[in-house]
Design a protein around this ligand. Structure first.
Ligand SMILES: [Zn+2]
Length: 230
């Protein structure tokens, strides 16, 4: 089954969510207060720890990693990201993008290097099943808010098993050669700063595999850009 193009999927899910929101008004994912997916007090309670790591943990093909939150310090964020992953929500994509931008645009590196955003892709079967890709939604929100260009430059060619139950070495093996670089990226200068966008950095194996694929085609500056790091 071929997934619908992103705008059509978004429209379809928006309509569905619109009906659901009418029947069941949104509640805060953390404290269950009615009115918003993440209420203002819970939002203000998030502990921000923005970082630009020039040397991400573990051996990696990434040149750096940018994140705004530590996952474990923020139970409300955990619930919000879970919602974001499994239920398409433009509001939440915009919220996360705004939080990211507030922090990262202060980094001179990010502003001076005319970055390109590349969402970490899902395999088409997973995409068809889930209906949307949260990394894509986040990238598009960043583009909408700050005009940073998004290029869908990677394709996931291997449908990998669930990563959660695997050890780090099993994850690496599982993901090997899962991504290919699409022609949309190949015309770019290899000095372009690429930012791989995803929701959470856990062990980093997915971002690392994406970065490896990009490096193989000659790109030298490949960073990770995520909402939170575990
Ligand atoms: Zn709340």
């Amino acid at each position: 089954m071929t997934p619908l193009p992103q705008p059509m999927r978004e429209l379809f899910i928006k309509l569905r969510n619109g009906v659901l929101d009418f029947l069941f008004p949104p509640r805060c994912v953390h404290c269950r207060a009615e009115g918003a997916f993440l209420c203002l007090p819970c939002l203000r309670g998030l502990k921000v720890s923005p970082s630009l790591l020039h040397h991400p943990p573990a051996p990696t093909a990434l040149s750096g990693l940018m994140y705004v939150f530590k996952y474990r310090a923020n139970p409300a964020l955990k619930a919000a990201i879970y919602q974001f992953k499994y239920r398409f929500n433009t509001e939440m994509a915009t919220l996360f993008a705004a939080l990211l931008l507030k922090k990262i645009t202060r980094s001179s590196f990010f502003t001076s290097s005319s970055p390109i955003l590349i969402p970490v892709p899902l395999h088409r079967r997973r995409l068809a099943w889930r209906g949307f890709n949260q990394a894509e939604a986040l990238s598009c929100a960043l583009q909408r808010l700050a005009g940073i260009p998004v290029i869908h430059g990677l394709q996931r060619v291997k449908a990998t098993e669930q990563q959660a139950m695997l050890s780090r070495s099993q994850r690496l093996k599982n993901l090997k050669n899962s991504f290919i670089v699409l022609p949309a990226l190949l015309s770019l200068s290899r000095d372009t700063s690429l930012f791989l966008v995803d929701d959470v950095y856990t062990t980093g194996t997915t971002l690392n595999e994406c970065a490896r694929a990009l490096r193989k085609t000659g790109f030298k500056n490949v960073h990770g850009l995520v909402i939170a790091k575990t």
